[in-house]
Design a protein around this ligand. Structure first.
Ligand SMILES: [Zn+2]
Length: 53
């Protein structure tokens, strides 16, 4: 599932850095949103292990 068509004008609102999983605020949330399209922090990203390497 690809969801890369993020509206630029809505992008700032998306970048509130609040993780959708744990609802904690972390600057890694916006980085993960840009890189992967998931609005999660680094700790949730590790726990979910999204990357099927
Ligand atoms: Zn999180």
């Amino acid at each position: 599932m690809t969801n890369k068509n993020i509206d630029i004008e809505n992008f700032d609102q998306e970048l509130d850095n609040i993780c959708e999983e744990c609802l904690n605020k972390d600057e890694s949330v916006s980085q993960n949103l840009i890189l992967m399209g998931y609005k999660i922090c680094k700790s949730c990203r590790i726990s979910k292990t999204i990357f099927p390497i």
